[in-house]
Design a protein around this ligand. Structure first.
Ligand SMILES: Cc1cc2nc3c(=O)[nH]c(=O)nc-3n(C[C@H](O)[C@H](O)[C@H](O)COP(=O)(O)OP(=O)(O)OC[C@H]3O[C@@H](n4cnc5c(N)ncnc54)[C@H](O)[C@@H]3O)c2cc1C
Length: 393
């Protein structure tokens, strides 16, 4: 049956990624979980296979595909038995690099985007700080033009100056391994029109990875605290306009949230699959668990929940692709899909009984990994705030 959203090319891509994940990702998942890391060479391999540039223009080494190609990648990487790796890849391809493509100069695209697409460079995006997460307008990491303590001005940029950056960023995915971090920096006191995006490169004096953070889940992805102390960054590394960073990030967050929603649907899929397998294999009171009505009905609800999220996410992605502004719907996708994934994962774990709480059973990993989806890329509460505002409240 032809899909409304995926064409033959998407299906070929899906088969290609599935084979790769089965052969080169899934067999290493346990080892990478235990190591709390995966080798950065995986990025180079993904780049070699063209998977980091699926929806980037061919002139920069991309495949020239669409948003549904990114969704296929998200769905198929979720079969790799750990969500750490797909999260790291999504931060690189769907958070950091879109900013370079949309707002970067030609020179920046050659310097950053091209090596990002071929997997030679890995990127992160740093917004969150110890005292500012949901409220991006409250960030305090500060940048001043070298030799002057005044607020940033376009003239200062035109003068080709460097900037001195001081501050800290928290919970930064890829923070330990990144070759460059797209960093939100306060360059003027204006709450919203006072943030600038800098690409801060590894090795820049004053830029340090202060700490690798231990997480509840997503063990194989690295999450870091970054510190900038008198970090000297050239104007040539400013992405987009000075003092327009907040608005650039509001644009970026829409793409990030639709992919995060697709990741939630994929997590729900994995949880339901595991639950179905288990209730068919395990018996209690003389029959398979799957024949117990109490469980059958809950499984039917889980499948319905999952399908509702899937259709909402695909339809919203299709509307984005048509160029529509769908702020409300993207926020609904993120809220509904993230909650759905955790509900289903929690039910799936419960149906496994004691086994569900054991590390040996994959369902426990799906459960702890998908909890992050209700926090990262904007919390449930912030999604509700956006939706309420769009309802005129
Ligand atoms: C696994 C993981 C990876 C992450 N990766 C990155 C990354 O790569 N880059 C990055 O910049 N950040 C990253 N983050 C950070 C993430 O975006 C923030 O944690 C999130 O935005 C919430 O910010 P906060 O932690 O400061 O919580 P706070 O903003 O302090 O919120 C605390 C609680 O208050 C609620 N709250 C806040 N404001 C309101 C409001 N107006 N109304 C109602 N409730 C409210 C929140 O919903 C939350 O429940 C990551 C987080 C996690 C868990």
């Amino acid at each position: 049956m032809p899909s409304l959203f995926f064409n033959e090319e998407h299906e070929i891509l899906r088969r290609h990624i599935r084979k790769f994940v089965e052969a080169e990702i899934a067999p290493h998942a346990d080892e990478w979980e235990k190591a709390r890391d995966f080798p950065s060479s995986v990025f180079r391999r993904l780049g070699e296979l063209g998977l980091l540039g699926l929806r980037y223009p061919e002139e920069y080494g991309g495949q020239g595909g669409d948003l549904f190609a990114s969704i296929v990648l998200t769905e198929e990487l979720s079969r790799g038995q750990s969500s750490g790796l797909p999260t790291a890849v999504a931060v690189h391809t769907e958070m950091a690099m879109p900013i370079m493509l949309q707002f970067g100069t030609e020179e920046q695209k050659q310097r950053f985007l091209v090596p990002g697409i071929n997997g030679e460079k890995i990127f992160a995006l740093a917004m969150t700080e110890p005292d500012a997460g949901s409220d991006l307008s409250a960030i305090q990491t500060k940048g001043v033009p070298e030799g002057g303590a005044g607020p940033a001005s376009p003239e200062a940029v035109a003068a080709g100056t460097h900037w001195i950056i001081n501050g800290a960023k928290l919970y930064i995915t890829n923070g330990c391994r990144a070759d460059g971090v797209v960093t939100a920096v306060r360059t003027s006191p204006d709450k919203w029109a006072g943030i600038t995006l800098f690409l801060i490169e590894k090795g820049t004096p004053g830029y340090t990875v202060a700490k690798k953070l231990d997480k509840v889940g997503l063990w194989s992805s690295d999450t870091a605290e970054l510190v900038f102390e008198d970090c000297r960054v050239p104007s040539a590394n400013i992405l987009g306009q000075v003092n327009a960073g907040f608005f650039h990030l509001m644009w970026e967050l829409q793409g990030e949230r639709i992919i995060s929603s697709a990741a939630a649907v994929a997590a729900g899929d994995r949880a339901l699959e595991l639950a179905l397998k288990f209730v068919n294999e395990r018996s209690a009171f003389g029959k398979p668990l799957g024949k117990l009505q109490a469980l059958r009905h809950r499984l039917a609800d889980m499948a319905t929940d999952l399908e509702a999220a899937r259709q909402l996410v695909y339809t919203t992605a299709w509307r984005i692709q048509q160029g529509e502004q769908v702020l409300k719907e993207v926020s609904m996708c993120k809220l509904f899909a993230a909650q759905m994934a955790f509900r289903i994962a929690d039910e799936a774990l419960q149906m496994h009984g004691g086994a569900g709480y054991m590390e040996e059973y994959l369902v426990s990993r799906v459960w702890r990994d998908c909890r992050a989806l209700r926090i990262a890329a904007g919390t449930d509460e912030i999604m509700r705030e956006i939706i309420a505002k769009q309802l005129g409240l």
